[in-house]
Design a binder for this molecule. Structure first.
Ligand code: ASP
Ligand code: MG
Length: 379
């Protein structure tokens, strides 16, 4: 078997999977970045872009959305000019259609999970084909067989003991053959075999769970942006990539809605093996997330706002921001600029400060905080 250090887990995000060409591009990048560098990646695939949203509508009974999914995946498959692949994708879609035909009036979370799972199931088949196309020997894994979860449909948690057993039994022998295993992210099954999903963005959680349970050092979460930023660049054009974050900081950012991370993703890393997570694009993996931060990297890492709920709040995230000195500095900024504070929440043991603000001042505050925390402006 190859040495453990050469193994890694690589999750390809749905934002990168739009058409046949983009599956091939991802496969080429997996080859170039990992396989050719003598590393052995375990590839975790998301559904193609937009498909999960479409499938959620399918689960509500929409025939129109079922057609859209069918058209999308058949068209991607047709780009490979492989009758065998097209047939297989067609069969999966027929299966999906049969399941969708069983929808009755009332909402059924288990049925929704089963329907939504086809997004990743078909995407995996396409990725295996794309890898073979660029001469990477790939092997399909089945998440419904490997990733065991509780029965909280729509937001299931992984049963680490059962899953670790499966990985040991099923994946370890495959790794010895040096073929590249490919698995669906986001989906699993209960012990009784009911299909579950892990919550939106759950492919990250699949990737970190596999890495931590197999003791693999590096996890790459590949997306279309180069890393996690100090603020939403759509609002703050001067936002920069954050080079290093701790699990706690990343988890806190995810809890307050950072778009690209699922908060549960850090649980297995905290509990078991502390793999390093790299987030970025094929151009560059700009953000590294690790268990511990060196003391000199404590301090604020990003500012974000959350508009859900009645009162908007700004979250300032970073190890140590809950200390009295930092709190005072933040309050001073609000005071100097005459912004109102409608509420403030901070605990010394949490890497965040939440400041509840007036909707009308939200953006101004965000800009002001970004300027003084990350652009060296004096408050
Ligand atoms: N496809 C799922 C979603 O869109 C899971 C993922 O992309 O991680 O939420
Ligand atoms: Mg997705």
């Amino acid at each position: 078997m190859k040495e453990r250090r050469s193994l890694c887990v690589v999750k390809v995000g749905g934002s990168l999977l739009r058409d046949g060409r983009s599956y091939i591009e991802s496969a080429e990048n997996i080859k170039k970045t990992f396989v050719d560098a003598d590393r052995l990646p375990i590839v975790v695939v998301s559904a193609a872009k937009g498909v999960t949203d479409l499938l959620i509508e399918v689960a509500k009974g929409s025939k129109k959305h079922l057609e859209a999914v069918t058209e999308k995946y058949l068209s991607i498959a047709s780009e490979f000019s492989s009758p065998k692949l097209s047939r297989r994708v067609h069969e999966e879609l027929e299966h999906l259609k049969r399941v969708a035909n069983t929808i009755s009036g009332s909402f059924d979370a288990a049925l929704q999970d089963l329907i939504v799972s086809f997004g990743e199931r078909i995407s995996k088949i396409l990725m295996v084909e794309a890898l073979e196309h660029v001469n990477v020997r790939a092997v399909e894994l089945n998440a419904r067989e490997l990733i065991i979860t509780n029965n909280i449909h729509g937001d299931a948690s992984i049963d680490y003991v059962a899953t670790a057993n499966n990985l040991e039994k099923i994946v370890k022998p495959i790794l010895e053959t040096s073929a590249t295993p490919v698995i669906e992210g986001f989906i699993g099954a209960t012990e009784d075999g009911a299909v579950t999903t892990l919550g939106r963005g759950g492919s990250d959680y699949t990737a970190t769970a596999i890495a931590s349970l197999l003791g693999i050092d590096d996890v790459y979460l590949v997306t279309e942006v180069d890393g996690i930023m100090t603020a939403d660049p759509a609002l703050i054009p001067s936002a920069k990539i954050i080079k290093v974050l701790s699990y706690r900081e990343a988890m806190e950012a995810a809890l307050h809605g950072a778009k690209r991370i699922n908060p549960k993703a850090f649980e297995p890393l905290e509990k078991f093996y502390g793999s390093t997570v790299f987030i970025g694009s094929w151009r560059t993996f700009g953000t590294k997330i690790q268990r511990e931060l060196p003391a000199d990297l404590a301090g604020p890492k990003l500012v974000m706002h959350k508009t859900s709920g009645d009162i908007p709040y700004i979250a300032i995230i970073g190890e140590g921001v809950g200390n009295t000195k930092f709190l005072k500095m933040i309050i001073d900024i609000f005071y100097e600029k005459a912004f109102s504070i409608l509420g403030i929440q901070s605990y010394y043991y949490r890497p965040s400060i939440l400041v509840y603000v007036q909707k009308t001042e939200e953006l101004k505050i965000l800009r002001e905080l970004h300027k003084s925390l990350f652009e060296g402006a004096k408050p």
